[in-house]
Design a protein around this ligand. Structure first.
Ligand SMILES: CC(=O)N[C@H](C=O)[C@@H](O)[C@H](O)[C@H](O)CO
Ligand SMILES: CC(=O)C(=O)O
Length: 271
């Protein structure tokens, strides 16, 4: 199956278009009394496109605190992002990971039904898979509920505690998960990432990096793009770094990476 065959859902944003470049990890807008605020998502889309030149969004992930939302809230957010992103965004990826397999499957079916352009799943993080086969079995049971939707594994061991190496996970994964399309890699182990990319043969998986502070290191080993919270507001700046890297003007790319790092140090100190 070619990558383009996996994106056949009727409302897909851009069927078959490979996920690359910057993907903003959506913040979940809330009202002062703690309800999700769907009414601002239209403006949020326009802001990303116009002000940040970012046309991909990752919904209900870490930044969006998807694991702290109810299933109903996650579905409503997914629907609104797909609705507002239509004809404006290239990709709306919905994170559908959950501790409960039936809930995750429900979210996957829902994402397929609304025409999301991809789904992503983290490893279960309380009762954890102890080996690759257990993890792949879980991912497969979710992915198979959305057979027309590109599937991404969301690797984030600092938060899940599941440290199974991605290189090992990818070995033979298309046979188990035909929709498998790539990895959102949110770990600092650039050796694992590099080995994944080195072995990325005819499948042409997408590798999106998730530690914004060291994206330049991941670019050096060949990632296709990045998913992160800072691309909500540093999208344009980060694109300048990507351009400098591509040119290549490594000194300029480093300058941008250092600036982003300084900024994030400041933000992280605020809590
Ligand atoms: C753990 C976490 O939230 N990771 C985000 C996405 O992967 C990143 O975008 C970070 O927010 C960013 O790298 C700042 O630390
Ligand atoms: C950063 C990211 O990808 C997330 O918030 O899930």
């Amino acid at each position: 199956m070619s990558p383009s065959d996996t994106s056949t859902s009727p409302n897909s944003m851009t069927p078959g278009k490979k996920l690359e470049g910057l993907v903003a990890a959506a913040i979940t807008p809330m009202t002062p009394d703690g309800q999700i605020n769907l009414s601002v998502i239209r403006q949020y889309v326009d802001y990303l496109v116009r002000e940040q030149n970012v046309k991909n969004i990752f919904v209900n992930g870490t930044t969006g605190e998807g694991l702290s939302l109810s299933i109903q809230e996650r579905k409503q957010l997914a629907e609104e992002w797909v609705r507002q992103g239509k004809d404006k965004l290239d990709h709306v990826i919905i994170h559908v990971g959950a501790l409960s397999l039936p809930e995750s499957q429900d979210l996957a079916r829902h994402a397929a039904a609304i025409g999301a352009s991809g789904i992503a799943v983290i490893a279960p993080f309380f009762f954890k898979p102890t080996n690759k086969d257990e993890l792949v079995a879980f991912l497969q049971k979710v992915a198979s509920e959305a057979p027309g939707v590109p599937f991404y594994y969301y690797h984030i061991p600092p938060l899940t505690g599941v440290k199974i190496r991605v290189e090992e996970l990818l070995d033979g994964i298309r046979e188990q998960i035909p929709t498998f399309q790539g990895v959102k890699f949110s770990d600092t182990d650039l050796l694992d990432l590099a080995q994944c990319i080195n072995k990325n043969g005819s499948e042409q998986f997408a590798f999106l990096y998730g530690v914004d502070e060291q994206l330049l290191g991941a670019l050096a080993v060949g990632v296709n793009g990045a998913v992160g919270s800072t691309y909500n507001y540093l999208g344009r700046k980060t694109k300048l770094m990507l351009q400098a890297f591509a040119k290549p003007d490594l000194a300029l790319a480093q300058k941008y990476q250092f600036l982003i790092g300084e900024f994030l140090n400041f933000v992280i100190k605020l809590g």
